[in-house]
Design a protein around this ligand. Structure first.
Ligand SMILES: Nc1ncnc2c1ncn2[C@@H]1O[C@H](COP(=O)(O)OP(=O)(O)OP(=O)(O)O)[C@@H](O)[C@H]1O
Length: 288
């Protein structure tokens, strides 16, 4: 089996609310996947189901393990971090390392110590005595010392400032990711992670509306920048989304691009953030 994760007909409900609607997908090894979706779209529910933390329907197979019945064995290869920006403020760094030894069977304390030795963090310091940047370094030292095959991060940089967020992702890619390991990151900060991602998944109201390699999006979606006198002609075509930008009005189309519209403006490569707005607002939802 080349894929790391195989999900078939997965759904999650809380009473009458179906938070994850039936979806099937696979994740390959060596990928960095962004999981995008508006508030309440179902990202956390999907991740928690994958970790076997909440009841679900359908099947989930992670490295050959079923999270419902083989959770403990699965967790030797999988690491789930709901919010790395929150560590108990009272805990000392050395106590945290000790705690990690008990929490994750593949945590390598020596490796974490080596990573920490490259920073100014002292083992006897409490988390509350560290700056935000240092806390990020501590997180990364811990994460990179976990020899897992799949890392699931839910809003990992919430509460961090921009340089700390950038440092987190730079270190994640250089210290942890390799061609055997896959990381799934749920975030709202699309612009900041777009350049790291190999794949993107988007969830809207519990539905998987997009799952593709980032490179493939360029061929699948096309933007058109046009002047307002052509608004009616563009609106009549089946665009996903219209918006205003400096220099004119824009529309996003799913390929193939209607050739008759080429005369009205200039086509452009669609940014992930614009595509996110287009897909999360629904088909042909004009905002101009
Ligand atoms: N324990 C729960 N009980 C009832 N409903 C829940 C529960 N957890 C989540 N939900 C509902 O399920 C839906 C999906 O929530 P979920 O937390 O998975 O979304 P999310 O995409 O992670 O959102 P956010 O980006 O705001 O964290 C929401 O409508 C939410 O209100």
């Amino acid at each position: 089996m080349s894929e790391l994760v195989a999900i078939h007909d997965l759904s999650v409900s809380y009473g009458a609310k179906q938070a994850v609607k039936p979806m099937s997908f696979q994740l390959e090894r060596g990928r960095i996947i962004g999981l995008l979706g508006s508030n309440g779209a179902g990202k956390t529910s999907l991740m928690q189901a994958m970790m076997g933390l909440i009841p679900f329907k359908g099947t989930i197979n992670i490295l050959g393990f079923d999270p419902r019945t083989q959770r403990e064995a699965m967790l030797e290869h999988v690491c789930y971090i709901p919010d790395v920006a929150i560590l108990p403020p009272w805990i000392e760094v050395q106590q945290l390392l000790q705690l990690m030894c008990g929490l994750h069977p593949k945590f390598n304390r020596e490796l974490a110590l080596q990573k920490l030795a490259r920073t100014t963090i002292k083992l006897e310091s409490k988390v509350k005595q560290l700056s935000r940047g240092m806390i990020v370094q501590l997180h990364l030292a811990i994460i990179s010392a976990i020899d897992a095959k799949l890392m699931i991060l839910d809003e990992p940089t919430l509460g961090l400032d921009i340089p700390a967020r950038k440092a987190f992702y730079d270190m994640l890619v250089s210290d942890w990711c390799n061609e055997e390991r896959t990381v799934l990151i749920a975030t709202h900060q699309i612009d900041e992670i777009e350049n790291l991602l190999s794949d993107v998944m988007m969830i809207k109201d519990g539905e998987l509306v997009l799952h593709d390699q980032l490179d493939a999006l360029e061929d699948r979606y096309i933007g058109l920048r046009y002047s307002s006198e052509h608004s009616a002609a563009v609106a009549a075509a089946a665009q996903l989304h219209c918006f205003r930008q400096m220099g004119g009005e824009c529309a996003i189309f799913a390929a193939p691009f209607p050739p008759e519209l080429e005369q009205f403006g200039q086509t452009f490569r669609v940014e992930l953030a614009d595509l996110f707005v287009a897909l999360s607002q629904g088909e042909r939802h004009a905002t101009v």
